[in-house]
Design a protein around this ligand. Structure first.
Ligand code: M6R
Length: 616
């Protein structure tokens, strides 16, 4: 969850580390800190700066870093924290140092055996300053460095730590390098002009890097670094170098007030880029990147989709397309639950892991579990070279560009499109769909981009129409069939941005209990595609209206009687029912942003959340 960045080089390293921190704020805003290796005539020392003031940590650091810039700094590391062990206070902010102050580390993840390690270190005379699990690494390294070169020392320390994590270390005795190592948690390396980087996320260094590198698991990588006698570490040139085509302007706000609003506005572009990369000009499938044997896929007897949060909801939408087009049974599971239900998996199972970041630990673990049981695995991810992209047998990239906002918007649209196209391809492979029909369906998806763009362009008018809801405090989202996951996504967006109670129900299920909660304070938002279930949806609107709830309908096509029953109607284009989620979810993304803004909340800093959840 925490953000990590490190830089080594002749360029302005202190500034580069700070810029990385600014770009990693979405990883955690409990505190921020950095350590710089400052070289003076008397030798090198580590200068550590930390701040843990709500909302102002970075500006505080910016003022302090100004003075360091003028000194000779060739290496530095930085960290933005999402607290797990130890309160979000200054003393727990990273980097953490050893007793001598000559070793500094930043860490992301959880050290499951830290209590045992800490007790032994305290007994041996080490003085701890924080309550974090991370600090043990600095003290272990202090001891290990006495008898080994830095890379060997870090490797031996890392081998003692249980759990999934990434660690970056800065050593005063080696001022021209930093060391990095990871297990499952994300870490990549990069190179720019006169500078090398390590970072938890590509956006941290996108504006300066020209080449990216994958950091392997459980192997120490040296960034920069001429002076030390490396025994076991790999340098950047030994690492795989994926091509990353993100634009640095996509991680800068431009004229928008927040990344949430910016990314919502770019939803149609994200959708179009994803579709273009997966469909050729004749409507044929472009699935080469998937790199899976089509004959193997043909024999699949069951599909399991796993994901978390918004990605899970995309999986729920995707189930309808895959079952409809490929006529293969699809299960969809919350990734964190999947492994614990003792799932039935065999060689006839295809598991699809959906994850924007490709780094959600729950999803990684679920995919690995299924692979170990014999399943073939595909990941649908937005991040080239991410963990899920690497460990799956095949990968389908969404091309939404970098997503910085903690609350996902544009990538959700891209995920739905990717799963829809996967369903069509499986349908073709399995002989359920004629190629012409599949191509026709792909063209239909391509045409929906315009419809989505029209809803996004109307977001000002939608926000105005929904303005009366900004003072409401209790929300229910209902939908049937493919509109149910849209309702779930709408409720999630509202909860995470405005912290208000918002629940989603299958519209037909409401009368089996939840309807008891409805009164005139409640807002019910009904998602209504233009499909064969319209009459049932009308029945549900009657039910909620009769209980006095304030009713909003997000309705595809001509509203007809819906307009008589709903207090407010947001009309979206009448698209084919399976594609309704693409147009239906946008007004809900707008609503969540408007309610949170009206309540004075920062859309890019939702309480208690971090962009990528790398702990179980
Ligand atoms: O990177 P992932 O797609 O794996 O992330 C999964 C969830 O953590 C994520 O979708 C989360 O629910 C978002 N905050 C939703 O807006």
């Amino acid at each position: 969850m925490c953000g990590i960045v490190g830089a080594v080089g002749t360029d302005d390293v202190a500034r580069a580390v700070f810029e990385g921190l600014e770009r990693l704020e979405y990883r955690g805003y409990d505190s921020a800190g950095l350590a710089l290796c400052v070289e003076e005539a008397s030798g090198a020392t580590l200068e550590v700066m930390k701040a843990a003031s709500a909302g102002t940590s970075l500006s505080e650091l910016k003022d302090r870093i100004g003075t360091s810039e003028r000194r000779r700094v060739r290496a530095g590391i930085g960290h933005t924290r999402w607290a797990t062990h130890g309160a979000p206070v200054l003393v727990n902010a990273h980097p953490h140092t050893d007793c001598s102050g000559r070793v500094a580390i930043v860490h992301n993840g959880i050290i499951e055996n830290f209590r045992t390690l800490r007790s032994a270190l305290v007994e041996a005379g080490h003085r701890f300053r924080s309550e974090t699990d991370s600090e043990v690494i600095a003290h272990l390294l202090e001891d290990a460095l006495r008898g080994a070169p830095p890379d060997v020392a870090l490797a031996s320390v890392f081998a003692q730590l249980s759990g999934h994590m990434a660690v970056v270390a800065l050593l005063a005795d080696h001022p021209d390098l930093i060391l990095a190592v990871r297990r499952t948690s994300p870490l990549m390396a990069a190179r720019g002009r006169g500078i090398e980087f390590v970072a938890s996320d590509v956006p941290a260094v996108l504006h300066r890097a020209t080449q990216f590198f994958e950091v392997p698991e459980d192997e120490v990588v040296v960034i920069g670094g001429g002076s030390a006698d490396m025994v076991a570490a790999r340098g950047l040139d030994d690492l795989p170098s994926p091509a990353i085509d993100w634009r640095s302007q996509d991680v800068e706000l431009g004229g928008f007030a927040s990344f949430y609003e910016m990314e919502l506005a770019f939803g149609a572009e994200a959708l179009a880029q994803t579709i273009t990369s997966l469909v050729d000009e004749h409507g044929g499938a472009l699935m080469d990147e998937l790199a899976l044997d089509p004959y193997e896929l043909k024999r699949i007897r069951k599909v399991v989709v796993v994901g978390a949060g918004t990605s899970f909801h995309a999986g729920l939408v995707g189930r309808f397309a895959i079952e409809h087009f490929a006529r293969v049974p699809v299960e969809v599971d919350v990734a964190s639950e999947y492994r614990y239900r003792d799932p039935i998996v065999d060689e006839g199972t295809l598991v699809i892991a959906v994850s924007q970041s490709g780094e959600s630990l729950d999803t990684i673990v679920a995919l690995r579990e299924a692979q170990a049981a014999g399943a073939r695995a595909i990941s649908v991810t937005n991040v080239v070279g991410s963990q899920l992209a690497r460990i799956a047998d095949g990968v389908l990239y969404t091309r939404a560009g970098p997503e910085v906002s903690v609350a996902s918007t544009k990538t959700h649209l891209a995920q739905i499109a990717a799963l829809h196209l996967l369903g069509l391809w499986l349908g073709e492979l399995r002989g359920v769909l004629f190629p012409d029909e599949a191509s026709q369906r792909r063209r239909e998806l391509t045409e929906v981009v315009g419809a989505v763009a029209s809803v996004i362009d109307a977001r000002g008018a939608i926000a105005a129409a929904l303005e009366p809801l900004t003072v409401r405090e209790r929300f229910f989202f209902i939908g049937r069939h493919v509109a149910l996951p849209v309702a779930m996504e709408g409720a999630l967006k509202l909860k995470e941005l405005s912290y208000l109670p918002a629940e989603a129900y299958a519209a037909g299920e409401l009368k089996h209990g939840p309807i008891a909660m409805l009164d005139s304070d409640a807002v019910v938002i009904a998602l209504i595609p233009q499909d064969r279930l319209r009459a049932k949806a009308l029945g549900n609107l009657e039910e909620v209206k009769a209980r006095g709830a304030h009713v909003v309908a997000v309705c595809a096509g001509e509203p007809g009687r819906v307009a008589e029953l709903a207090d407010t109607v947001i009309e979206v284009p009448a698209v084919s029912p399976l594609l309704f989620p693409l147009v239906g979810v946008v007004p809900l993304q707008v609503l969540a942003g408007s309610v949170a803004t009206a309540r004075g909340l920062n859309l890019d800093r939702p309480r208690n959340l971090a962009k990528t959840v790398t702990v179980e």
